[in-house]
Design a protein around this ligand. Structure first.
Ligand SMILES: NC(=O)c1ccc[n+]([C@@H]2O[C@H](COP(=O)([O-])OP(=O)(O)OC[C@H]3O[C@@H](n4cnc5c(N)ncnc54)[C@H](O)[C@@H]3O)[C@@H](O)[C@H]2O)c1
Length: 362
């Protein structure tokens, strides 16, 4: 099998999980790490045994790298991904794809013109847990889907992230940070979203970093920190979603889909395995299925994209899917500020399920 050369731009917190996994995939070699902070890139290269590190410019000039993974902060996702595409390389971006619909669409158009791919996180829906839930829905286990209920509620990531400012700036907040996991799983289960109606609020204008070397540092909050949204899917199903960084009560990972013959509780859509529960009308005891991730976590979307490139077929965590999810989040934000419902113009088809036992390490 031909080895695909991979480079990474952005070697912060999440690069640890990516690099652990990317270095275990068959037919893939991580060849260069870049960051604005070259010491950070060098430290990660040493930690993961990667031969080269330095600047994005140098990375993009190399001809032994075909896929570049963009793990920078949301405010620069679009511009970094544009530079990757412009250098004739496939891009995998962390979520969200961009902070505006125009920049997301410009990226997809440019990539198509250049003949390169755009893939985007989340790839959690390719994890064995959500795949099993999608299989049950597609097999008709709950009958015809009727409505969905999702919840993500925490006190906010400043309690665990050492540099949390970007999570409270454009492209962040609970909607843009966590919405992609929930909305992507919903689109996979129920098809594209047609319109939304939402309300939002911001509990306080400043927060304080609580962990790491900068603990005690205050910073400004420029996004809403609580959203409640009603969703209408093109197929007629309805949904309600809460995304909050304002809740002392932690309630995360909630996705429940109710159909004419039952309610299926998904595993956490920000995880790759977990417990599924199936409730039948009139029965209080659910059937439970525990699905192990099999160690396949963040980065499996990149492996699936690499496989699709080799096999010359569409990849599953596509730019079009990420663009539809971004449009949905922008519509939720717009609806909340205008206090009126908004139509989501774009669409995306649910991806085919992965073959049982799919494992990019073998
Ligand atoms: N931290 C998590 O648990 C987590 C989980 C899932 C997804 N993500 C996503 O991953 C992305 C990165 O998150 P993180 O937590 O690793 O952030 P981070 O702040 O820890 O790391 C971001 C890195 O990108 C670098 N960077 C910023 N702009 C750059 C540019 N223009 N060129 C080169 N390097 C640049 C920074 O120097 C930094 O090292 C975000 O989109 C986030 O939503 C994070």
């Amino acid at each position: 099998m031909q080895t695909i050369g991979v480079g990474v731009i952005g070697t912060g917190m999440i690069s640890n999980q990516y690099l652990t996994n990317l270095t275990s995939f068959r037919g893939m070699e991580v060849r260069y790490l870049a960051d604005l902070d070259s010491d950070r890139a060098r430290a990660q290269a040493e930690k993961f045994g990667i031969a080269n590190s330095g600047s994005s410019k140098e990375l993009l000039g190399r001809d032994d790298i075909e896929i570049v993974i963009n793990l920078t902060i949301p405010a620069v996702h679009a511009e970094v991904s544009e530079s990757i595409v412009a250098s004739q390389k496939h891009v995998w971006s962390e979520k969200p794809l961009a902070t505006s619909g125009d920049s997301a669409r410009a990226l997809l158009t440019r990539a198509e013109a250049q003949g390169v791919r755009v893939g985007c996180a989340p790839d959690t829906f390719l994890g064995r847990g959500v795949q099993r839930a999608l299989q049950l829905i597609r097999d008709g286990v709950i009958g015809e889907p009727v409505y969905a209920n999702t919840a993500f509620m925490t006190p906010g990531p400043e309690v665990s992230h050492p540099n949390p400012e970007f999570l409270f700036a454009a492209g962040g907040g609970p909607l843009f940070d966590m919405g992609p996991y929930y909305l992507t799983a919903l689109v996979q289960a129920l098809g594209p979203i047609a319109s939304v109606n939402a309300a939002a609020s911001t509990s306080r204008a400043q927060r304080t970093i609580q962990v790491g070397p900068r603990a005690g540092t205050p910073f400004d909050v420029t996004t809403a920190t609580h959203y409640s949204a009603q969703l209408k899917f093109r197929g007629g199903v309805t949904g309600q979603s809460v995304f909050s960084f304002d809740s002392a009560l932690v309630r995360t990972g909630v996705i429940e889909i109710t159909g004419t013959e039952g309610t299926l509780v998904f595993p956490d859509p920000n995880q790759f395995g977990g417990v599924l529960r199936l409730y039948r009308p009139g029965s209080f005891e659910p059937e439970e299925f525990s699905v192990d991730s099999g160690g396949l976590t963040r980065g499996i979307g990149v492996a699936e994209m690499a496989e699709a490139i080799r096999e010359d077929r569409p990849h599953r965590a596509s730019g079009d899917l990420a663009c539809h999810v971004l449009d949905t989040m922008l519509a939720i934000e717009g609806s909340a500020s205008r206090q009126s419902p908004m139509v989501v113009e774009s669409s995306a088809a649910p991806a085919p399920l992965l073959a049982g036992g799919w494992d990019p390490r073998n």
